[in-house]
Write a protein that binds this ligand. Structure first.
Ligand SMILES: *Cc1c(COP(=O)(O)O)cnc(C)c1O
Length: 461
């Protein structure tokens, strides 16, 4: 723990190398966003000043992780780095078997193909874009069983990531437990604003799933952050180390998919884990088709070494204190400036409620997409939409899903930006807020078939 009394989240590291940024004018940024079809995913990083697009793969690695790159054992099979990674995963996550993949969606692909049969229903505590798509491509139907509070950006409920067991039970009664191959349980639910589930809820879920013989597959991507919130908010955990809470979570689940680009502090990598021999055998077999041999799964040996070290750093109390502390600093300053954001402040990002920020823009004119473009124009701050564009169209009606949450995500990369950078972000958001009445929405002029938010193009109305 950081024992300094006056600043509880000060960084437990100092800066050894810096990356210089290009400063741009408003005219340059206007041209850049026009060329990008008003989609921040299509802007070039050279035009960005503060990049809050995602916390995925954008972490700053430590000197030890960089040193790990030099220890890369680039043998095709049986790389030493695989065994280092296996050891770290078994120690901190505790699963029996590990299959590395190039990133999280590679693991989701393997798991979905192995576990889901055509016509199955896959309950989950809110959807994630790639997770749901892989479930659908495997013939499954995603069913949201998260608590109602998760869909209310103003609810202060401390465990918005919880599973609503009544919703789960209603599904199981309706379709039968044999049509539910597993429950997809995400730690610190991304689309709900980085919101945790509680250990009490997981315990109840575990008992229910045990009784109905339904495996729990964890999306472990941000589960160390979830563990931090359990320690902070849940009775009985105040003195439990984060790493022990992480193990307690994993021990109640049957396997996981992981995007190591988040919690694990690396620029690329992921894995699939399980405890079941048969599932492991299938995953080992399938990974050679889509990713690479089962001891590298699409990664270089050096990537696996950096990941093993990243996991060890990520589970420390001082890392998590600084990580969550910085996100909270930004959130509290925005709240003080009267900006409508999702409450309580989550782990990895601040989510601006675009419906309340731009109440005059209809959801089919994409208020969150519009606001993300405006923040880029204002100060070169790159954010992303998490609303009607990300949610896509209903496969049944073909209409926009018009989700309840219409958000702009300001995602904080780990160990990358300073407090002064956060202050610039607050100024940019506040300046856009002051001129919000003049802002008009967008019209989608190009819509890709899959995960449209990545490549869709827009024009101002
Ligand atoms: C990023 C993410 C994924 C997908 O992982 P990639 O490494 O981007 O393929 C899956 N689930 C959650 C919760 C994520 O945040």
């Amino acid at each position: 723990m950081n024992t300094h009394k006056h600043h509880t989240w000060a960084e437990p590291y100092k800066i050894k190398m810096v990356e210089l940024l290009r400063m741009t004018t408003r005219e340059e940024r206007l041209e850049a966003i026009r060329n990008a079809g008003y989609n921040t995913f299509l802007t070039r990083s050279r035009d960005v000043y503060i990049d809050l697009l995602t916390d995925s793969g954008t972490s700053a690695m430590s000197d030890r992780q960089w040193a790990g790159l030099m220890l890369g054992d680039e043998a095709y099979s049986g790389s030493e780095n695989f065994y280092h990674l296996e050891q770290a995963v078994q120690e901190y996550y505790g699963y029996k078997y590990l299959v590395p993949t190039h990133q999280g969606r590679g693991a989701e692909h393997l798991m979905s193909q192995i576990l889901i049969k055509d016509g199955d229903h896959v309950p989950g505590n809110m959807y994630f874009t790639t997770t749901r798509l892989h479930q659908e491509l495997a013939g499954g139907k995603f069913v949201d069983v998260i608590v109602d509070e998760a869909h209310d950006p103003q609810s202060e409920f401390p465990f918005k990531g919880n599973v609503d067991l009544d919703k789960l039970d209603a599904l199981v009664r309706d379709v039968g437990a044999d049509r539910v191959p597993y429950i997809s349980l995400e730690g610190n639910v991304n689309m709900a604003g980085g919101q945790p589930f509680s250990m009490a809820n997981l315990r109840e879920l575990h008992a229910y799933c045990d009784e109905h013989d339904i495996p729990i597959m964890l999306d472990a991507t941000r589960t160390i952050e979830n563990a931090w919130f359990i320690r902070e908010r849940e009775d009985g955990y105040a003195d439990t180390p984060v790493r022990d809470i992480l193990r307690e979570i994993c021990d109640m689940t049957d396997g996981c998919t992981m995007s190591a680009k988040k919690d694990a502090l690396v620029n690329i990598g992921g894995f699939f884990c399980c405890n079941d021999d048969e599932v492991f055998r299938k995953a080992q077999n399938l990974v050679v088709v889509y990713e690479g041999l089962h001891t590298y799964g699409g990664l270089a040996g050096r990537d696996m070494e950096a990941m093993a070290q990243g996991i060890r750093e990520a589970v420390t109390e001082e890392h998590m204190a600084a990580r969550i502390g910085q996100v909270r600093y930004l959130g509290r300053r925005l709240m003080a400036a009267g900006i409508p954001i999702v409450r309580p402040i989550g782990s990895h990002a601040i989510f601006i409620d675009a419906r309340r920020f731009l109440p005059h823009i209809d959801q089919d004119d994409y208020p969150a997409q519009t606001l993300a473009a405006e923040l880029f124009i204002e100060a070169g701050v790159r954010t992303m939409e998490r609303g009607n564009v990300s949610a896509g169209r209903s496969p049944v009606t073909g209409e926009n899903r018009r989700p309840q949450l219409e958000l702009v995500r300001l995602t904080i990369p780990r160990r990358v930006y300073t407090q002064a950078h956060m202050d610039v972000v607050v100024e940019a958001v506040t300046d856009v807020y002051e001129r919000r009445a003049e802002i008009r929405g967008l019209r989608m002029v190009y819509e890709p078939e899959y995960l449209r938010f990545f490549q869709a193009r827009f024009e101002p109305l």
